[in-house]
Design a protein around this ligand. Structure first.
Ligand SMILES: Cc1cc2nc3c(=O)[nH]c(=O)nc-3n(C[C@H](O)[C@H](O)[C@H](O)COP(=O)(O)OP(=O)(O)OC[C@H]3O[C@@H](n4cnc5c(N)ncnc54)[C@H](O)[C@@H]3O)c2cc1C
Length: 510
């Protein structure tokens, strides 16, 4: 934990940058006026000193202070934020290890292995699917959370092949700062960029800001290094591509800490873009906008930003006045594609206007802070995302939105397309509703279940980039082919015979 700036033990951001009481009140009042619901008097968070944690089950040579245990007890989904605000941390780890090197990590794994203690790898702790809750598996003596953020360096840069070797615990800003010294960038901006880590992105197959082209971290990974629960090194070769059997990197991508602990990766980097151009295009209907996006992708254009936001969401986020559906379009070198894209949009009734390209990104990266205020003012705010092929998209969006809205009652369910492909797109839904204090869990669970059932029934995926964790388990169990589940279990048995790594996440070992 040594050199790191201390994070808030719940919610978003750092302990030393939290808004004061009056500032929070003003924010809540402004938001309540804008939404037409939500309490103007925000609920004060329970301070760390007043949080009661169950006593540790282990006497461990790792950190056991209240901040360490609370801050690593859960991720940052809406319900995690609500619980954290109220000082509820139902599954804190018994101890938190902060290895600063691969050797120190191996020693932690040995210690846990000798005592049948479960190990939960933690990167930024920004999971929104219950990916880091410290719940032991059957027969485990307790849980040690392993905070990997001590592994935070860019170790090597290869300017010729444009790749960099980066330690897994490096957060977005730290990674960009170090690559910037070489005039390079990864250009991978998930909304959680500020606090999440490269290892977490790989373990969850995160999606970045590129709306097309390299959408997932998968596309940027050249090779991966990891340690298994037994302490064995798993290191793949650096290759631009390879047809030598199933890919070892692909096996770790999306493994969510269940197969090995990722310690570093070679990733594909690029020079900073020299040119950027952006426009906002207004469409009379969401369907017309979606048709334009499909044509754009199928014409071979690869916009960096290509987010189609429905009119209701545009009004809520103040991106528009609610009279039109908006396509946020942006290109990074080569920008001349923007003119072609706007021409295509016009054929679907889309009217384009130039926009500063940084505007959208800044609002995007500030959004996580808002969620803490929503939780404190009795506003249910959460998102869920999926993907579907174009021919099913219009009906799919209506069905999922309808199912979620019916389960929600009062409030709004809005949609945007965050990522687009030649054969389909990723609809992303935002739920905002007034909620009585104490009812959050039951309200949100009803919406989530209705939406997830609708997604599965209509042939979508339970997640496009938020991962499976615990929350999506019941749906992922039905989505994946059964022989594949058997193969995962067999891999787990070989790599982690005592099933110590992240029990309960992604799949059951037996
Ligand atoms: C406000 C907000 C916005 C978000 N926006 C996005 C977004 O735009 N795109 C997106 O894809 N996701 C987003 N997320 C979800 C989350 O940020 C991602 O899943 C992210 O990849 C998690 O990274 P992390 O470093 O925080 O990992 P953690 O939350 O610490 O861990 C996530 C999972 O990966 C495992 N893990 C972490 N590090 C390692 C490692 N080194 N080796 C093995 N396993 C490991 C953990 O055990 C856990 O199962 C958002 C979340 C929040 C709260």
């Amino acid at each position: 934990m040594g050199h790191e700036r201390r994070r808030k033990h719940w919610g978003w951001g750092f302990a030393d940058e939290q808004p004061g009481r009056e500032e929070l009140r003003a924010a809540a009042a402004g938001l309540a006026d804008h939404l037409g619901f939500g309490e103007r008097e925000p609920e004060p968070p329970v301070p760390l000193e007043a949080v009661e944690l169950p006593p540790p089950r282990l006497d461990a040579p790792f950190a056991q202070d209240a901040w360490s245990r609370a801050a690593h007890a859960q991720g940052r989904s809406y319900l995690d934020v609500v619980r954290g605000l109220r000082g509820r941390f139902p599954h804190p780890p018994d101890a938190v290890a902060y290895p600063g090197s691969e050797d120190e990590l191996r020693a932690v794994l040995d210690w846990c292995g000798e005592r049948d203690v479960a190990v939960v790898p933690v990167g930024g702790g920004t999971s929104v699917v219950g990916g880091i809750d410290a719940i032991p598996g059957p027969g485990h003596a307790g849980v040690v959370a392993v905070n990997l953020r001590g592994l935070d360096r860019v170790l090597e840069v290869d300017p010729v092949s444009r790749a960099a070797r980066i330690q897994a615990g490096t957060t977005g800003p730290a990674l960009e700062r170090q690559l910037g010294e070489h005039g390079l960038t990864l250009r991978f901006y998930p909304q959680s960029f500020e606090l999440s880590t490269l290892g977490g992105w790989i373990a969850t197959r995160a999606g970045g800001h590129f709306a097309s082209g390299p959408t997932h971290i998968d596309d940027l990974v050249e090779s991966v290094r990891a340690l298994t629960a037994l302490g064995d090194a798993w290191q793949s070769r650096r290759l631009p591509g390879s047809g030598a059997g199933p890919s070892p990197d692909r096996m770790l991508l999306g493994s969510e800490g269940t197969l090995a602990l990722i310690t570093e990766a070679w990733v594909r980097v690029r020079p900073r873009p020299e040119q950027r151009e952006a426009a906002t295009v207004r469409f009379p209907t969401f369907a017309a906008g979606a048709e334009a996006v499909r044509e754009l992708l199928q014409a071979g254009l690869r916009p960096a930003n290509c987010r189609l936001v429905d009119a209701a969401e545009a009004a809520l986020t103040l991106a528009g006045d609610g009279s039109a559906h908006l396509l946020m379009l942006g290109f990074e070198d080569p920008v001349p594609q923007l003119a072609t894209a706007l021409g295509l949009c016009a054929r679907h009734g889309g009217e384009g206007r130039p926009r500063a390209s940084s505007e959208w990104r800044e609002a995007f990266l500030r959004a996580p802070y808002l969620r803490d205020t929503f939780a404190a003012m009795g506003v249910l705010s959460e998102t869920f995302e999926t993907a579907i092929t174009w021919e099913r998209l219009p009906a799919f969006v209506e069905e999922v939105k309808g199912a979620a809205a019916a389960a929600l009652g009062r409030g709004t369910v809005t949609c945007r397309l965050t990522h687009a492909y030649p054969d389909g797109a990723a609809p992303y839904f935002t739920v905002l509703a007034p909620v009585r204090r104490g009812d959050e869990e039951q309200r949100w669970s009803a919406v989530k279940a209705a939406a997830s059932e609708a997604v599965l029934a209509a042939g979508g995926t339970i997640t496009h980039h938020h991962a499976v964790g615990r929350d999506h388990r019941p749906y992922y169990d039905r989505q994946r082919p059964e022989p594949f589940a058997a193969a995962l279990r067999a891999a787990k048995a070989a790599l982690d015979p005592r099933a110590l790594l992240n029990p309960g996440v992604l799949f059951d070992p037996r």
